[in-house]
Design a protein around this ligand. Structure first.
Ligand code: GAL
Length: 752
């Protein structure tokens, strides 16, 4: 299923940046920049003899909707004319196969070289089984150099028959090229976050699996270097000869110190050509101390529910072994399950109910206050949980949501306050039911059952739709069926709705429509959600248009996206995260700026899960900044594959407490320089959190200068990531911060 492109350029750009780049081009590669193009479908267009001079020229790599065929969907053809020089094969080291790389095709392709079919990915509507979109698949067709279809030193015609089922169409997400395959193309590294083990004695072991995907032996050298980037010193350097037999693999394990600043570089160099594949990474280092065996209550200290609505709240607690939960002061109508720690029921009367929670295990007990505010406002702290989009994209399914929920529980994340499980786009069936109610597609056999399962575990259930006729993924939206949809969601037990503008923009007179036109669809759904007999947190997703932060509360929006989609790169994180400064005043309990979901762990928007491309330093910055911003914390990764580093990053209760602070004040950007920034956040207990961000590509010393921050007194400093008191500091606090990294400190004892 393609993505809509016309109005959703941002989404397209996101995808273009996201999916792993195809293999690198080899020596002598010829880029295919343009081709002839026409809409329609005639078999003779595959033939080299066909005269296509009347066809339009198209840039290859951009959907046709961006090149003059804005509203066209269906069949279309490209004909790429290219002379293939025999020097390509003579200059190649391996001299085995010609590679024709066509990037991605939205949605189905059948590709011919000089009239001979050389590949087909996806299914056309007329194929048995019907249309199947395969836009995420890379089209890389390989032909033996002896293949008679190749006309060496003459003009060749690569004819690509495409079918676009909706949204964007044609060759996209990369520029096509031809080159010769080299042996190095058979080599790949299995490189995941899970491949790091932390060993006693502050050591870490990185393992790497190198595979040969070809049916020939590949001979070369495996080398690695470990470096201390903080000092620039090389710690270890080693090379070993390595021959990989056909379709074989080999594991390597490299041990290095476990501390900040360790980098490793691993490579394989193929003997015949000298071609190299390598990875260079920073060792993910763990800062959060191990969770105490003693009981501890974490997560939100305040929760909102409307009078009479079902309340579901799992007390987030950690501690070894079996925990027993109890509560004092629960209002009539609510009860606590002493084994699961889930509070359910409903409260008829509005008011603030102060409860004392206690959690006990064999080592002791811990108590903490929880205020349940029965009134109009929901999401009194930023929603924390998971959303399917950044990992599963449109391939989300009931099974994936259930296994993710199970992983959230099994990995102990619920003990730190993670509680929403939100299905994003891709759950909707192609047709509404006869009574026009929305139905899920075959991937979701029982929505109500899924909701019950989540609720029985104290989790909350989120869903996604668009006010337009279609969602951004091309699925059915709520347009003209809003009332039905709101009621259906409530009947399934939905607790959270992400309402994504998408194709609604097509119903607006202009791209830059009036405030009223932008608000209309959100008002409609606001009023419908209010009528439901359960609480549905309302997440506005319209990318921050018309300064939504100014009118989000009027929509009864609990959170509103402030930007386009995030992706797992420093650029994206930097551009989005550090641009939230001007929005500080708009964040309040129940009204949150949403700079989009977290991009840590295994992400991939569908079929290409990969470890986040953020460095460990950037990931600390990400979690710190989002917490400083009081941003919703929605994980977008495969929870079943949380490596120890990511899990550690997501379970620092002192960091989470900054995000979940009941005061709900977004941090202010106090010092803004090119190379660093200082942000300060006020907490409910009167303390402050200071984040020192290093925006440079190298280590640098940064100072929280009390004078510059207008602070006086005997100031006590606590390192939040390490959960360590650093004592009192007279003039300020100076620390060396990693490239794109952060130092997050909490200060007390100051006067102003
Ligand atoms: C985008 C939205 C993403 C995701 C996607 C689904 O518009 O910003 O977060 O929901 O649509 O198609």
């Amino acid at each position: 299923m393609p993505i809509l492109i016309r109005k959703y350029l941002l989404l397209f750009l996101l995808f273009a940046a996201l999916l792993p780049k195809a293999h690198s081009q080899n020596k002598g590669s010829i880029t295919l920049k343009t081709g002839k193009f026409t809409t329609g479908d005639v078999p003779a267009w595959s033939q080299p003899s066909f005269i296509d001079t009347a066809w339009k020229d198209q840039k290859l790599g951009d959907p046709w909707q961006r090149q003059g065929f804005q509203n066209y969907h269906g069949f279309a053809w490209y004909r790429i004319h290219i002379t293939i020089p025999s020097s390509l094969k003579t200059n190649s080291a391996w001299k085995d196969s010609l590679r024709i790389y066509l990037a991605h095709v939205n949605d189905v392709d059948q590709t011919f070289l000089n009239g001979v079919q050389i590949g087909k990915i996806g299914s056309f509507p007329e194929d048995s089984g019907g249309y199947v979109s395969k836009w995420p698949a890379v089209r890389e067709y390989r032909l033996s150099i002896n293949n008679p279809a190749i006309k060496w030193d003459q003009e060749n015609v690569i004819a690509v028959r495409c079918y676009d089922g909706g949204g964007s169409g044609g060759i996209f997400m990369g520029t096509p090229y031809i080159d010769m395959l080299e042996k190095i193309d058979g080599i790949s590294f299995d490189n995941t976050g899970e491949s790091i083990r932390y060993l006693p004695g502050n050591k870490a072991e990185k393992s790497l699996h190198i595979s040969n995907h070809f049916n020939i032996p590949i001979e070369g050298t495996f080398s690695y270097t470990t470096i201390d980037a903080a000092t620039g010193k090389t710690l270890e350097e080693k090379s070993v000869p390595l021959t990989l037999t056909p379709f074989s693999g080999k594991d390597f394990a490299v041990t290095m110190p476990h501390r900040i600043g360790i980098e490793y570089n691993m490579s394989f160099t193929e003997k015949g050509s000298g071609d190299k594949r390598s990875i260079k990474q920073i060792l993910p280092y763990i800062l959060t101390p191990a969770i105490s065996d003693k009981p501890q209550i974490n997560g939100a200290k305040v929760a909102g529910v409307r009078p009479g609505s079902p309340f579901i709240f799992k007390v987030a607690a950690t501690g070894k072994g079996t925990l027993a939960y109890s509560a004092k002061g629960l209002p009539a109508g609510l009860s606590l399950n002493r084994t699961t720690g889930v509070i359910t029921g409903s409260v008829a009367k509005a008011g603030d109910y102060k409860i004392t929670l206690t959690v006990t295990n064999s080592l002791g007990s811990a108590s903490r206050a929880l205020t349940i505010k029965v009134g109009d406002l929901l999401a009194l702290t930023p929603p924390m949980g998971w959303n399917s989009w950044n990992c599963w994209g449109i391939s989300v399914s009931d099974a994936k949501v259930r296994s993710s929920a199970q992983a959230l529980i099994d990995k102990g994340l619920t003990g730190h306050g993670w509680m929403y499980m939100n299905i994003d786009d891709g759950w909707e069936a192609a047709q509404r039911a006869n009574d026009s109610s929305i139905v899920p597609n075959e991937k979701f056999p029982d929505m109500k059952g899924l909701g019950d399962f989540l609720h029985s575990n104290g989790l909350r259930f989120g869903i996604y739709s668009s006010p337009g006729p279609r969602t951004c993924g091309g699925y059915l939206g709520s347009w003209q069926n809003e009332d039905k949809d709101a009621a259906t969601y409530a009947s399934w037990g939905i607790d959270y709705l992400k309402y994504d503008l998408c194709s609604y923009t097509e119903l607006m007179p202009r791209r830059n429509s009036s405030l009223e036109e932008n608000q209309r669809p959100y008002i409609l759904m606001r009023d419908l959600l209010k009528k439901q007999s359960r609480d549905i947190v309302y997440s506005l997703c319209q990318y921050g248009w018309q300064d939504v932060w100014k009118w989000g509360p009027e929509m009864n929006g609990n959170l509103w996206r402030t930007t386009g989609d995030i992706e797992d790169s420093w650029n994206s994180l930097y551009r989005i995260g550090f641009n939230q400064a001007r929005l500080s005043e708009y964040a309040k309990p129940g009204r949150w700026n949403d700079p989009d979901m977290l991009i840590v762990g295994q992400v991939g928007w569908g079929e290409n899960l990969h470890p986040t491309r953020l460095t460990p330093y950037e990931q600390y910055t990400h979690m710190s900044l989002w917490s400083m911003l009081s941003a919703p914390l929605l994980l977008g990764c495969d929870l079943s594959r949380l490596d120890p580093f990511t899990l550690n990053l997501l379970t620092n209760d002192e960091v989470i407490a900054i995000d979940q602070d009941p005061l709900g004040k977004q941090a202010r950007q106090v010092i803004k320089q090119d190379s660093s920034q200082v942000w300060v956040k006020e907490l409910e207990d009167g303390s402050k959190v200071i984040a020192l961000f290093n925006l440079q590509n190298s280590f640098q010393s940064l100072t929280a200068d009390w004078d510059a921050l207008n602070l006086k007194g005997t100031i006590k400093v606590r390192d939040v990531w390490q959960q360590k008191d650093l004592g009192t500091k007279e003039k300020g606090y100076t620390v060396t911060v990693a490239p794109h990294g952060v130092s997050l400190i909490k200060i007390t004892g100051f006067t102003q």
